[in-house]
Write a protein that binds this ligand. Structure first.
Ligand code: 8YV
Length: 309
């Protein structure tokens, strides 16, 4: 008999096939009566943004593993996991470059008006000679990075290659990076032209990019977020954009995914993505392989590949 596992979020077909070969996979939205299978579930596979809601966690008495297909643990209550001896694993390392690439892609799309230009061509405006605004250069600009972890550092390396100057804010100064440290986020925003959010989500970072930080970023400033929607006060961001108190935003993540504030949809100075900074074939395959290894190790009673709890 194959062990039952609960899948909270779809994965690549190749990864799902491997899961189906080894386990009895119950995809949560398709499970009509979770209570009937809940006592048999010892492992849950989920995404970083999806996590495991507290009611689902509470409904699984035998739960021993939460394998996250991502690096964010903010949507899983790690304290409850520790109390209940539930292991939690993530997929570190393999998605860093793609997430950093998305930050740069959003920045370039925003600064150079890539989406607007694409629409202009498709709409047949080019032959008409319709006016289209100029973009702004990124070379030489100051990028402030919120969160100098693996992703923050990968973004910094790319920014340097683009001739930008980098500064950062984190809970403490990092002795191994040579960039200017700002202990105060408002202070970082004031001295930055582009503010990139790369901090982990969760209680410690909730809403730290608030109205004051956005005010400090200023009317020409751009905000890029590839971390978690929760790090930014979304209402304050919408208000700042509406009142032109910041210049624009490139957003891959939102406070209440998949819901995006309707006001953003009509804005030309905003570029939006459906939380897919790690969504490349190569990376999702590597992430999926790590999930498979963690789940297999758990059922074999072996050492987990990448545990955080
Ligand atoms: C993924 C993420 O999109 O790593 C994370 O925490 O949020 C993203 O890489 C997600 O985990 C897949 O749903």
């Amino acid at each position: 008999m194959k062990p039952d596992i609960l899948l909270m979020e779809r994965m690549m077909p190749r990864i799902e096939k491997a899961l189906n070969d080894a386990y009895m996979v119950h995809y949560l939205p398709d499970v009509p009566a979770l209570p009937a299978i809940a006592p048999r579930i010892r492992a849950v596979v989920t995404g970083g943004g999806t996590g495991v809601p507290p009611d689902i966690m509470a409904a699984l008495p035998q739960l021993g593993l939460i394998a996250i297909n991502g690096i964010g643990t903010d949507a899983v209550d790690l304290n409850v996991a520790r109390q209940r001896n539930i292991h939690v694993t993530t997929t570190p390392g393999v998605l860093t470059d793609d997430v950093a690439d998305m930050a740069i892609a959003l920045l370039l799309a925003l600064s150079r008006g890539i989406v607007r230009g694409d629409r202009y061509v498709r709409d047949g405006k080019w032959p008409q000679g319709a006016p289209i605004p100029l973009g702004h250069r990124v070379t030489g600009r100051v990028m402030g990075i919120v969160g100098m972890g693996h992703v923050g550092r990968a973004i910094a390396r790319r920014a340097e290659a683009f001739g930008m100057r980098v500064a950062y804010n984190d809970v403490r100064e990092m002795t191994d990076v040579g960039f200017a440290f700002h202990a105060d986020l408002e202070d970082l925003a004031r001295s930055s032209e582009i503010l990139v959010v790369a901090a982990a989500g969760g209680a410690g970072s909730r809403g730290i990019v608030n109205a004051k930080v956005l005010e400090a970023l200023g009317p020409e400033g751009l905000l890029i977020n590839v971390a978690r929607g929760s790090v930014v006060d979304e209402d304050a961001l919408v208000a700042a954009l509406q009142q032109e108190r910041i210049g624009g935003a490139g957003l891959d993540v939102f406070a209440h995914e998949p819901d995006v504030p309707p006001a953003l949809l009509g804005m030309d100075n905003v570029v939006l993505q459906p939380h897919r900074a790690s969504a490349t074939v190569e990376t999702r395959l590597a992430m999926g392989e790590m999930v498979l290894k963690n789940v297999a190790a758990f059922y074999a009673g072996e050492k987990l590949l990448s545990p955080v709890v």
